[in-house]
Ligand binder design. Structure first.
Ligand code: NAD
Ligand code: UDP
Length: 317
């Protein structure tokens, strides 16, 4: 098949492209390189099945494709809050452009949505039926509400125009290729520990998240895209950890002498998050296989090798 991956030069998009290229598909990677990098897709640059287009999805584009994985959108709070209006435009105009493309060429459309549509949840763990508790006017709203309207658009194109759609709600995912300045918690802690700096825990560290290793997530993407189920489906690892536990785990693996510093909690930071993955298990026969300790080790090794090349590593255990 000819498959378009928007945001393909980013963290998740590039892992998805690796998997789709290995399966023998023709891939068009579309990215504006806001948080994505050519080095993530370098290995495919000269491959005859691979094409890279620098393009901003807030502008329309005409292409002929069979499937669209729509991932383009900054995912880290630091990056999506840098230009919140642009984040809304990417989610609203960008998603509408990609749905319009899917409608015109009759391509199957896959939306990378997020657990953030549940906001600061009053229901725990979160099932797909839960409608969420999202602040419409806060610092996270450009992303949370942006993704909610992206879901709405996807379901309206499905009902009104018969576009074949799939919607995944992704829970916190980590792994190799995350940016050193990504700003999300796993990469921050690993970079800080490798540089011999204190780990920055926001608040008292009692808030929880559930961390999914990237290869598990991509496997869930492929299963959903090729199933008959429209979604939304939660894909994430139900293992739930406090942020302090995560800091201690990274510290113990990189540098047991590292300090942990407590910083103010950002506004609207969700108190807890854990996916109910019953739907993914029963409808897609999917469940995660990589435990946090193993995934962290693979991620730390990747950061260590990238950062030692640029002379940034202080701790070499
Ligand atoms: P990322 O920032 O690494 O990737 C996003 C990619 O989209 C980047 O390559 C960026 O340059 C590109 N992009 C951003 N705006 C664009 C635009 N207007 N036009 C074209 N390209 C644009 O983030 P990621 O972690 O790979 O996330 C990918 C998708 O998955 C996002 O939609 C994100 O919301 C979703 N998601 C990720 C997580 C996670 O834990 N990683 C969790 C929930 C949802
Ligand atoms: N966090 C932290 N230290 C950091 C970065 C993040 O304690 O250096 C916390 C953050 O406040 C949140 C959790 O870790 O409670 C996850 O943050 P992230 O930005 O990774 O994802 P999200 O909040 O979007 O789930």
């Amino acid at each position: 098949m000819r498959i378009l991956v928007t945001g393909g030069a980013g963290f998740l998009g590039s892992h998805l492209i690796d998997r789709l290229m290995t399966e023998g598909h023709e891939i068009i990677c579309l990215d504006n390189f806001y948080t994505g990098h050519k080095r993530n897709i370098l290995q495919w640059m000269n491959h005859p099945n691979f094409e890279l287009i620098r393009h901003d999805i807030t502008e329309p584009i005409r292409l002929e494709v069979d499937q669209i994985y729509h991932l383009a959108c900054p995912a880290s709070p630091v990056h999506y809050q840098y230009n919140p209006v642009k984040t809304v435009k990417t989610n609203v105009m960008g998603t509408m452009n990609m749905l319009g493309l899917a409608k015109r060429v009759k391509a199957r459309f896959f939306l990378a949505s997020t657990s953030e549509v549940y906001g600061d949840p009053d229901v725990h763990p979160q099932t797909e039926e839960y409608r969420g508790n999202v602040n419409p006017i806060g610092l996270r709203s450009c992303y949370d509400e942006g993704k909610r309207i992206a879901e709405t658009l996807t379901f309206d194109y499905h009902r009104q125009n018969g576009v074949d759609v799939r919607v995944v709600r992704i829970f916190n995912t980590y792994g190799p290729r995350m940016l050193e300045n990504d700003g999300r918690v796993v990469s921050n802690f690993i970079v800080q520990a490798l540089q011999g700096k204190p780990l920055t825990v926001y608040g008292d560290g009692s808030q929880t998240r559930s961390f999914c290793y990237v290869s598990d997530l991509i496997d869930g993407f492929i299963r959903l895209m090729n199933s008959d189920y429209v979604g939304p489906v939660n894909i994430g690892n139900p293992g739930e950890y406090t942020i302090l536990q995560l800091a201690e785990a990274v510290r113990d693996m990189v540098d047991p002498t590292a300090e942990i510093n407590f910083k103010p909690l950002p506004s609207d930071d969700p108190r807890r998050r854990r996916p109910d993955i019953t739907k993914a298990k029963t409808l897609l026969n999917w469940e995660p296989t990589v435990p946090l300790s193993e995934g962290l080790k693979l991620t730390i090794d990747d950061f260590r090798s990238r950062m030692s090349k640029s002379g940034q590593v202080a701790i070499n255990r």
